[in-house]
Design a protein. Structure first.
Lengths: 136, 391
């Protein structure tokens, strides 16, 4: 058994497929949805906490790829290069789980890693390009 | 206007003597609350203001020195970013928003400017048709800031007096210079530094005019002219603060004295390149009226939240909010609680206001009286209507 986070990115035409159902039924995975963001029409995505057999998780990944879903395990979240970041705070506009937030006392950017679901929206929003993710 | 109790000369004498009293535009708000306008005016000589926001209307004039044989540079690029070939032989102007031919808006004029300031070399490539006086047709060199004769930032527009906040009422995201605006008014972004913002502290341009010495990205620069789209006739509230855009400033400063700490390239998703420019402006407390203006806090400084989904005609006002509310992280727009996010760095603006305060106290920075002040009657016009306009 292993516990991990998985992010699924899927194109608009797949938004009606019961992908979560398939993952539970076919691969016996325990899923806890951390974040679902399909209304924004940016790029539909789902983030799960997954409990399951590591072999089954690997099979689930193959299955997802085969139906056209971009699936990845989240092994790390984001990294902020503090030498480049100017603490403007625009990244907080993209972070709906408040992993990125501005401290209202000193106005520095704070990152709470436990809250981050790895959606990576902040990476494209950051004007100084100080946020990166080693996965993509 | 109140009785003049301080002059630029008397302030500069106190700077020289090391006895000048300087506070930031944030600090002065609480001081006035505590001791009142009259006592605060007597006590405080200078208030420092600052901003660190993205300003597209930025760029730099550069002079490369002549090659041998000489070339008249007619097509110019720096790290593949096109620069103007429309000046004299080895002069150019590189605009911050110009995009590179290889990396697009991920690397633009702003990056070239900041790379030079950071001490990096950039690749200059230029061609000309060849003339009797400038026979050379091509040059390619690695050049750094020290190699250039002159290199100075010239911002045709900066320090917007009061910029509107932005939201999006449609059901699709909008990619704008105000950031990526989530659909259905799920976020409001704003840019003005509130009570620290220079022109909110001197709303009638009494002390900020042509020739005012300023902090510009670490250098001592100057207000060069009124900024483009100078809209000083804007409707004002009871405190004299423009309800909308208001005045702007054109700024100039030597890149060789600048620090990469206070200037940074910016990239906005599906929009383009821009430039964060750190600006600090000292305001002499000439009299009680001046103190009244600088002591207005974020609770009384307001701006409009505009609907950025409207690009044809004026953007509708969705809400009128204070900077106190914007800076709190949440505001109300039509009864809905909406998250706010800043575009400009208040962290950096504070750093600049504090640094400028220190420079004045230690005699590194003297105040200068404007050689010409700005009017309060200018109106920004739109372009004349054309046959292809939609309405």
């Amino acid at each position: 058994m292993m516990r991990t986070k998985m992010i699924l990115k899927f194109p608009n035409h797949l938004t009606n497929n019961p992908i979560t159902y398939d993952l539970i039924k076919k691969f016996d995975l325990r899923l806890n949805i951390l974040k679902a963001d399909v209304n924004y029409r940016l790029e539909g995505y789902l983030v799960f906490d997954i409990d399951g057999n590591s072999g089954k998780i690997a099979e689930a990944l193959e299955y997802l790829e085969s139906v056209g879903v971009d699936a990845d395990l989240i092994t790390n979240t984001i990294e902020i290069d503090r030498d480049i970041c100017v603490n403007c705070g625009l990244c907080t506009s993209a972070c709906s789980v408040r992993a990125l937030h501005i401290n209202r006392e000193d106005w520095k950017l704070e990152f709470t890693e436990e809250r981050c679901v790895g959606c990576n929206r902040c990476i494209d929003v950051c004007p100084t390009r100080s946020i990166t993710n080693a996965m993509w | 206007m109140g009785e003049i109790m301080r002059t630029y000369e008397s302030i500069n004498e106190k700077i020289k003597a090391g006895t000048v009293v300087v506070v930031t535009a944030e600090e002065v708000v609480d001081i006035v609350k505590e001791i009142g306008i009259e006592k605060a005016t007597k006590k405080i000589d200078v208030v420092t203001t600052a901003t660190f926001g993205p300003m597209c209307s930025s760029g730099a004039f550069l002079n490369f020195g002549h090659t041998s044989p000489a070339i008249r540079m007619e097509q110019v690029s720096l790290n593949n970013v096109p620069a103007s070939g429309g000046l004299a032989a080895v002069d150019t102007y590189i605009g911050a928003t110009e995009e590179s031919s290889d990396k697009g808006y991920e690397y633009g004029g702003a990056h070239v400017i900041c790379d030079l300031i950071a001490g990096k070399k950039v690749k200059l490539e230029a061609t000309g048709k060849g003339t009797d006086c400038y026979p050379r047709k091509k040059v390619s060199r690695e050049v750094g800031l020290d190699d250039l004769n002159e290199a100075y930032i010239y911002n045709p527009r900066n320090c917007y007096q009061n910029y509107a906040a932005a939201a999006n009422t449609t059901d699709k995201p909008l990619y704008t210079y105000m950031g990526t605006l989530l659909p259905n008014v799920n976020v409001v972004t704003y840019s003005t530094a509130g009570t620290l913002s220079p022109l909110l502290n001197d709303p009638y341009y009494r002390t900020i005019g042509i020739g005012t010495r300023i902090f510009l990205a670490g250098a001592q620069g100057y207000v060069a002219w009124r900024g483009t789209q100078f809209n000083s006739a804007a409707e004002r509230d009871e405190n004299g603060i423009p309800k909308g855009l208001g005045g702007t400033l054109a700024l100039v400063g030597d890149m060789k004295e600048m620090s990469k700490e206070f200037i940074a390239p910016a990239v906005y998703e599906k929009y383009g390149t821009s430039l964060f420019v750190g600006v600090g402006i000292p305001i002499p407390i000439l009299d009680e009226d001046m103190m009244k203006q600088v002591s207005i806090g974020n609770d009384k400084l307001e701006t409009n939240v505009l609907d950025y989904s409207v690009s044809d005609g004026p953007k509708p006002v969705l809400a009128r909010v204070s900077y106190e509310a914007l800076q709190s992280g949440k505001i109300k727009v039509a009864e809905k609680e909406v998250k706010t996010a800043p575009l400009a760095s208040l962290y950096k603006a504070r750093q600049i206001a504090d640094l400028l305060k220190g420079q004045i106290k230690t005699g590194e920075f003297y105040l200068s009286k404007p050689v010409q002040t700005f009017d309060t009657t200018s109106v920004t016009k739109s372009m004349v209507k054309g046959a292809d306009d939609e309405n």
